[in-house]
Design a protein around this ligand. Structure first.
Ligand code: AMP
Length: 404
């Protein structure tokens, strides 16, 4: 079954075409990105994945004024007589769409119909930047691929198993009922993919696995998973809470904002920008990319050193609290840009936790990993893994499962 995975953003459409033999067996036929949609410099980058592991790259610079043209070009590229991988678009059985926010309405991947579109629209206030762009992708795919099934896979769905004591905020209960104020969590597709892989690698049946997955990228979150179900996660109602991120604060005392407003007259929009775009690593030392933070720290920059130690300390506190919430812990998994590449962050976030049965082996931990790798010592009661994430594969897998 050929499944086209689409991640439609405000000015781009990322795509990957899979041939799924079964839910556990998928191969990428082609992938790429239509970017800068709506600008004069828009491009379509396209790669055909050859059976020998090689990739044949092509790009087109035709104008892409809107998502309709973007997806049309993608479909044409997939069926291109020279570079394509299908004889006709009719061969594509389904499109799997990444949708950021499904609120409480969606706890599983869902075949798209008009009611589903309406429900995703209803959740726009919770994800004002993402859901409209995701809906654009669904709209044009329904028009341009009328024979294909359309499946929505929600970033929030995996976290819908959290119990109320984890997802409620200690605020007036009416705010939950009337305004939907609660923790939803994000990165769910990545946490689910990594959790399933980690359970398999650790040799524990997924529905019995107790895990902590740490998705550490420019945005970052952890999930506590008990018997294969998410029981807590660090991002909140919005993607601001929890860990220290590239430009976002993570947890902080929200009364700081009232203080700043009263002291400086800072407006709501300025506060929004402050906590989402000017804080995190960038706020502390001026750099949001950890590679730059390390360079600065090595050159003796005290703020960069502080940013690193704050990041590792925050990660460690979340590992500790999720361990307490789970009671028994089989494995920890690191993933995403930082989790897969930054051995310092992995080691520092789990340093001195041998009394809890967590020991990272310095040699095994060294370096960057593009394959799943065990980094804990043999003496560690809790296994620690680096597991590269693959959200597109997870969307293809879930789309396949829904349709079969
Ligand atoms: P992501 O959001 O998952 O794409 O992750 C992006 C982040 O990963 C970047 O901002 C970097 O901080 C980090 N990153 C990527 N490569 C490396 C590397 N080789 N070493 C340390 N950090 C890295």
């Amino acid at each position: 079954m050929k499944i086209l995975v689409l991640n439609s953003g405000s000015s781009s459409i990322k795509f990957k075409l899979y041939e799924m033999g079964s839910a556990e067996e998928g191969k990428v036929l082609a992938s790429g990105l239509a970017e800068r949609i709506g600008e004069a410099t828009s491009t379509l980058k396209y790669k055909r994945h050859e059976p020998n592991g090689q990739e044949t790259a092509r790009s087109w610079n035709d104008p892409l004024p809107d998502h309709d043209t973007g997806l049309k070009m993608i479909i044409e590229a997939l069926a291109d007589p020279e570079a394509g991988v299908v004889a006709s678009t009719d061969e594509i059985a389904a499109a799997g769409h990444r949708v950021v926010h499904g609120g409480e309405a969606f706890s599983a991947p869902t075949v798209v119909n008009d009611d589903v579109v309406a429900a995703i629209k209803q959740h726009i206030p919770l994800a004002p930047l993402h859901n409209p762009a995701n809906l654009d992708g669904i709209r044009v795919a329904r028009q341009l691929m009328p024979k294909a099934s359309q499946v929505a896979v929600f970033d929030t769905a995996f976290h819908q198993t959290m119990p109320p004591e984890a997802y409620m905020y200690a605020m007036p209960y009416e705010l939950y009922k009337e305004q939907g104020v609660r923790k939803y969590g994000f990165h769910g597709t990545s946490h689910k993919y990594v959790a399933r892989q980690t359970a398999r690698l650790a040799g524990v049946p997924y529905d019995q696995a107790n895990l902590i997955t740490a998705h550490l990228g420019n945005g970052a979150s952890m999930a506590a998973i008990k018997n294969g179900r998410c029981i807590d996660t660090s991002l909140g109602m919005t993607p601001l809470a929890g860990l220290i991120m590239g430009t976002r604060t993570g947890d902080f005392d929200p009364a700081i904002l009232f203080y700043l407003n009263r002291q400086t007259g800072m407006t709501l929009d300025e506060m929004d920008e402050l906590v989402n775009k000017k804080s995190g690593l960038k706020g502390i030392c001026g750099h949001n990319d950890l590679r730059d933070v390390h360079k600065e720290a090595e050159a003796g920059n005290e703020r960069a050193k502080l940013a690193l130690s704050m990041l590792a300390y925050r990660n460690k506190k979340f590992f500790g609290s999720y361990f307490a919430a789970l009671g028994r812990l089989d494995a920890i998994a690191f993933t995403a840009g930082v989790g897969e590449n930054d051995d310092w962050v992995r080691a520092a976030s789990l340093a001195d936790m041998d009394h809890l049965g967590i020991v990272v082996d310095p040699k095994r931990n060294e370096g960057r990993f593009s394959e799943p790798t065990l980094i804990s010592a043999d003496s560690s009661a809790v296994q620690v893994w680096v597991v590269p994430t693959d959200e597109e594969y997870e969307i293809a897998r879930e789309t396949f499962e829904v349709l079969s």
